[in-house]
Design a binder for this molecule. Sequence first.
Ligand SMILES: CC(C)(COP(=O)(O)OP(=O)(O)OC[C@H]1O[C@@H](n2cnc3c(N)ncnc32)[C@H](O)[C@@H]1OP(=O)(O)O)[C@@H](O)C(=O)NCCC(=O)NCCS
Length: 167
Amino acid sequence: MAAARDDLAVPSVELRAMTEDDLPQVAALERESYPFPWSEGIFRDCVRVGYVCRVVEIGFDFVGYGIMSIGAGEAHILNLCVRTPMRGRGIGRTLLRRLLDLAAQAGMDDAFLEVRPSNLAAIRLYQSLGFVPVGVRRGYYQAVGGREDATVLRLPLGELRAAPARP
Ligand SMILES: CC(C)(COP(=O)(O)OP(=O)(O)OC[C@H]1O[C@@H](n2cnc3c(N)ncnc32)[C@H](O)[C@@H]1OP(=O)(O)O)[C@@H](O)C(=O)NCCC(=O)NCCS
């Protein structure tokens, strides 16, 4: 219903570069959000090697993060996460859209990502932005009692190139 969505509306989502000072809260959210989380050291490596690492803030509140690598014409969305109480308000879509804008402005032709087939919320988000499945990586993820495949999704970035990027 419209009234309910208005209650959930988020006024202004800001992205800024992730720094090493952010890593404890980023890693804490990661642990809350995934059964097999990245370590703080993995995030530190992402920052140090120069991946596109962004923190999402509303006001001064930390609400999520996104990690992307770009190069050789391809962007790879490596991680995307929103704090649980803030989910379902369009923040994940805004975050992903901003990362894709940055990739397009950097001249990348395509964006790729992997997702667990069981992660229906993420799959619906990706499909809503036009990602389509292009393959499967067998046994890519750790899972309870074994391994889980990854679905590989791709989005051509040509249409985003004309639009100005936001930070
Ligand atoms: C995936 C994630 C980033 C989405 O963030 P979010 O802020 O909740 O997403 P949004 O509110 O922008 O929703 C965008 C779309 O995603 C889909 N979606 C989001 N949550 C959903 C849910 N619980 N069930 C089904 N679809 C959902 C919908 O298509 C939604 O569009 P709509 O609101 O117009 O229907 C968030 O759920 C999350 O952090 N999950 C844990 C970490 C994770 O799994 N990351 C992805 C790894 S591949």
